[in-house]
Design a protein around this ligand. Sequence first.
Ligand SMILES: Nc1ncnc2c1ncn2[C@@H]1O[C@H](COP(=O)(O)OP(=O)(O)OP(=O)(O)O)[C@@H](O)[C@H]1O
Ligand SMILES: [Zn+2]
Ligand SMILES: [Zn+2]
Length: 805
Amino acid sequence: MAQIAQVLVDVPTMQTNRPYSYQIPVAWQSQVTPGMRVVVPFGRGKRRVQGFVLKLDETTNYDGDLKAIDAVVDLAPVLNHEALEMTEWLAESTFSFRITCAQTMLPAVMRAKYEKQLRVTAQTTSTVQQTVFKDQTEVPFDDVATTPKAVSDLLRLQADGQVDVYYHVKNQARRKTQLAVKPLLTSSEFTEAETDVRAGATQQLALLKGLATLNGEVLAQKAFTERFGVSEATIRVGAKKGWLEKVAVEVYRDPYATSNIKPTKPLKLNDEQQVAVDQIVTAIEAPKTTTFLLEGVTGSGKTEVYLQAMAAALAQGKTALMLVPEISLTPQMVNRVKGRFGKAVAVLHSGLSSGEKYDEWRRIQRGEAQVVVGARSAVFAPLKNLGLIVMDEEHESTYKQDDAPRYHARQVALWRSRYHNCPVVLGSATPSLETRARAEKGVYQRLVLADRVNRRPMPSVSIIDMKKEMQQHAESNFSAPLLVALQDRLDRHEQSVLMLNRRGYSSFVLCRDCGFVLKCPNCDISLTLHMDTHTMKCHYCGHEEAIPRVCPNCHSRQIRYYGTGTEKVEEELRDLLPDARIIRMDNDTTRKKGAHAKLLAQFGSGEADILIGTQMIAKGLDFPNVTLVGVLNADTALGLPDFRASERTFQLLTQVSGRAGRAEKTGHVYIQTFNPDHYAIRFAKHHDYEGFFKYEMRMRHQGGYPPYYFTVQITASDLDEAVAAKRMYQLLQWLRPRLAPNTIILGPTPKPIARVNRRYYYQIVIKYKQEPNLKQTLTTLLHETQVQQRQGLQIGIDVEPLHFM
Ligand SMILES: Nc1ncnc2c1ncn2[C@@H]1O[C@H](COP(=O)(O)OP(=O)(O)OP(=O)(O)O)[C@@H](O)[C@H]1O
Ligand SMILES: [Zn+2]
Ligand SMILES: [Zn+2]
């Protein structure tokens, strides 16, 4: 029997990718299995940390006394065989620590939390001990070490051997339970018992009848009282008489319990959809690991293709995973999947409470849910026997995680498809250049939906040159043609969607006399005006301050607000079109849980004429009565120092244009821009993804950017700018001889937004076509920078970064 466990320990200050050996106490030797969490002593002193059992061994080649496992956290493994293998691959491919990867795969509540505890080791009558502990034998350290005096008292007690400090690993994952009624007799025994009850005791008779109908099953007390009209007092009587037992049963917190989603049936597919579904289903049934690119224009019915392919996987007795960008932003999608697959669906996204996430996760792990819809981290959902993975809007950058492990969900999806031997479908109207280029080479199989459902026309797009418009009516956000079109839709009782591009844009405060711009004291960017709270806020670190009345620099009163926020646009529009009913959707109006879905439902049911919003309204919305889309500022993101600026602008314009004219009525789009001749805008006008792809590929080729080159970004940050800069120059010296001569190293440069949260950022970008030494070099770097991290300097490694800001 295995006596030794190899444990991956959670030691944040000393991350390591090497497991440590621990003795398994005899009593647990038959229970401990790989994938379970355990608590183990680590290092000197009484420190306790959590860890994952990776492997069991009969013997060890460590010749010293092995420490023993302290406690077992789980009764069953929380990481299965696949997950354990995945941690190893993920750590290697993202240059992060295996423990960080393991934790990323689990719901946040399952991550260990440590509590510093103080415990009595020798009982004395000392008054200090009395005041600290009262009558308890242990107390949380933070509760008692509140003053310098208290701390010095405690230190004296510790030196005296009266107390010691240890770390308690806290389990935060709580199951929710409910009181339930459990019948203790058989149905015939209950019928018999009825004869012993007085004829007038109607409540008790009702109770016995109810218990008999349960056939031995447990039922929640609340449901029982409602169904059989029996009071709680009567249930207590029944418990005393030995008819029933009150038990606690586990219930799941169901985030969609109260929503009322209508069931749907599969639609009859059109020819293009049918071809796509057939190809995918063939790969599911084979089974084969084919990766499909489903390139379908907006409104071409990609979702129906996903749903029918997923149904085919379920029909094979397999499971299906569907990823969506940030699901809390696309409640329509959840409804569609739940409408088709009902209770088989589990949903995972950031809008759920941590308890809800934990419950959905366990439903998946126990095999009670066969379909998962979720945002980025749902790619780790513990589905067994996967038959299909779908990634909708595959070009979206929210699929990439910004912190370690810096993984892209697409990469994880492809890994899992190899593990399960199942196909992946990457879907988009505007695929990322990388994905489309792979389809060009035949690495991915391309499926095309060239037409909208029922051959509905794409909306016509008008480009409005704002330089000319500004000469006529300077201060307005609305050009004359857009305003006319809005009024026209009001008259016809049709709906409009207006998008304000927030990226690279903000409403800031500027002094007309001296040019002073109010900036965040922690970060290198201007503060944004928020009218709802009447404050200036930093969108990077959350810093907040009052709106200045005079210029902090020259004390002039000529301080003014510039730029446009959604609120200002809304205000202006209410002036221009006083009869219009307007819904505004941005970070401020959707902060509350469920607010997003509610606003969309209101708009969908026709309670408003105009929906104004930020990027969050660009994707996925499918409202038949929307015939007008206006983009107020198409090009604010074009000027950003990032080679993907054109690609992002093209994608955004195409996606938002796609919201118009999706049903019987034809749609029209107005794009207001200062760069009417820019190619990203010209191709978007003609819904010409393929044209854009070819043009942009040439640009990338000339510039030496992905997909022609691979990239890795290394950042250093420190509170002291000189430390960050110096470390990067040292790093450059260190890297150069280790990498191939034709590998390009850019930088170091300060990042375009050089200071965030009081830290200064410097970056180096490595561009390469083939680099045999890269893996080894970056792995070494990862481990060597551990020491520095402890001193405050932080090094980040990002493989294929999506943002260069
Ligand atoms: N075969 C079909 N017959 C009739 N209606 C369909 C069919 N397939 C899809 N639809 C409908 O067409 C509309 C558009 O489909 P869907 O939202 O899936 O498009 P999409 O390709 O995902 O678009 P986008 O990329 O813009 O989100 C939906 O209302 C959907 O119910
Ligand atoms: Zn000033
Ligand atoms: Zn800030």
